[in-house]
Design a protein around this ligand. Structure first.
Ligand code: NIG
Ligand code: FE
Length: 423
């Protein structure tokens, strides 16, 4: 029988592990991943043609190139569904203030926090912002992440929000990583509107949102709903307007206090409700009913020195489809590693290996509207493959503090490769 010519065969793996499907996996389905011993992947024109045993794939296909996984485990490229990567300047001093007992909200009230990064972004040129962002995108890729959601939110004027979103677009044009952009103009009340939140909300509604929608620079709109930032009614108005303009909605809710943000996300039919440290049973039920994805950031309370953590296990038990993400940003979590997040999801929420894997791949992709094309290793999906040096996927959460990523294949192309041995 004639073998079909293909671009690439990824072989030599100890196993291939992946959730299956085009949509999020919820409840007990999160713990079911397909594990193919010595599984291989046939790739053509950037897409997966088949996954199966190496022997079967070699019998069916004739690859132009082969990639040897050297005994590691093949996983879907990781998807980070919540990041804030467009920033200039860092906030290690605040980190140390918190170690000495200061709270995140106290630092923000004293003019630090988000507003200190806003100063950095406003004074940075596009070129500077782009260079900083590209370095961060390289780091995501080296850690196995092949797609990120990325928020603006450190500009807070129409010009600086557009500048941030344009920098994201320019980075996506030249970088292998896929970027799903989110407009987060309602992240904080900038100094020039201090004490006049209502006026700033009007700027977001009347000036920023129309500009963002017209320029096609964002897929989603986000609002930081918190006692010291925007309330439920602000978020409702901003989100409704965003929806009228064709944007999807994601919301930072119930992070530092219980405001009922999860219920608002459900009412709005939001794609995701993020953080959720304080979500209650009613909020969970509302989200389950409306199909809102809970996007959890397990390292954030630790980084902030806050004791309240999201009820990760209860969300799965209630039949939801949680996502695990880094929340990468300079203030509340300077972290880019999803393997690290999977470990903390295991240790803090009790997510089993397969649940954690599903949460950083298929569920994350589905929350970004990419479940049909990303998030799993199966025929028809984009060939985004994380080649690890792990003996099995169960080591992903279990091994702490190092990157298990040997190579990354993005849309069928090897975009990162590290030597497996230091000579
Ligand atoms: O997700 N919650 C709002 N935004 C970020 C924090 C951003 C910052 O402190 O710079 C978060 O935690
Ligand atoms: Fe965030």
């Amino acid at each position: 029988m004639q073998r079909q010519a293909i671009d690439l065969l990824v072989h030599g793996a100890s196993e291939l592990a992946t959730p299956l499907g085009q949509g999020a996996r919820s409840g007990t389905d999160m713990d079911e991943v397909q594990v193919l011993d010595q599984g291989a992947v046939a790739v053509h024109q950037g897409y997966i043609l088949a996954c199966g045993s190496e022997a079967d794939l070699r019998a069916a296909f004739e690859p132009t190139e082969c990639f040897d996984a050297e005994g590691g485990t093949l996983l879907p490229g990781f998807v980070d569904a919540h990041t804030h990567p467009v920033f200039a300047g860092t906030r290690e001093a605040e980190f140390e203030q918190r170690l000495a007992g200061a709270r995140y909200t106290e630092i923000a009230a004293a003019g630090g926090g988000i507003l200190s990064t806003v100063k950095g972004v406003r004074s940075a040129s596009r070129e500077e912002l782009l260079a900083l962002l590209l370095t961060r995108l390289d780091r995501f890729l080296m850690l196995g992440t092949t797609t990120i959601e990325a928020k603006s939110g450190y500009g807070l004027t129409p010009e600086d929000e557009i500048k941030s979103l344009e920098v994201l677009r320019d980075a996506a044009d030249v970088h292998a990583l896929d970027i799903v952009p989110t407009f987060l103009g309602a992240h904080a009340i900038p100094d020039e509107h201090k004490g006049q939140k209502a006026r700033y909300v009007e700027v977001v509604l009347q000036e920023m949102l129309p500009l963002v929608a017209e320029s096609n620079l964002a897929e989603y709109c986000d609002v930081f709903v918190e006692e010291h930032t925007f309330d439920l009614e602000d978020a409702r108005r901003i989100s409704r307007k965003a929806q009228e303009l064709g944007l999807g909605v994601r919301l930072h809710v119930d992070q530092l206090s219980p405001l009922g943000g999860a219920q608002l996300a459900a009412e709005l039919g939001a794609a995701s409700a993020d953080h959720l440290e304080w979500v209650d049973g009613q909020g969970m039920a509302a989200m389950a009913e409306a199909g809102v994805a809970p996007v959890l950031c397990p390292l954030v309370p630790l980084f902030l020195g806050e004791s309240k953590e999201a009820p990760g296990r209860a969300l799965i038990d209630a039949g939801l489809a949680p996502v695990l993400s880094t929340d990468f940003n300079p203030g509340s979590c300077y972290l880019q590693s999803l393997p690290e997040v999977a470990s903390w999801g295991a240790l803090r929420y009790g997510f089993q290996a397969a649940e954690g894997l599903t949460a950083i791949t298929l569920n994350a992709a589905a929350s970004l509207g990419r479940g049909a094309s990303l998030g799993s290793l199966e025929a028809g999906k984009q060939a985004d493959i994380c080649v690890t040096d792990l003996p099995s996927h169960r080591h992903l959460a279990y091994e702490l503090g190092r990157s298990p990523v040997r190579a990354v294949i993005k849309a069928g192309r090897v975009v990162f490769h590290r030597n497996s041995r230091i000579l």
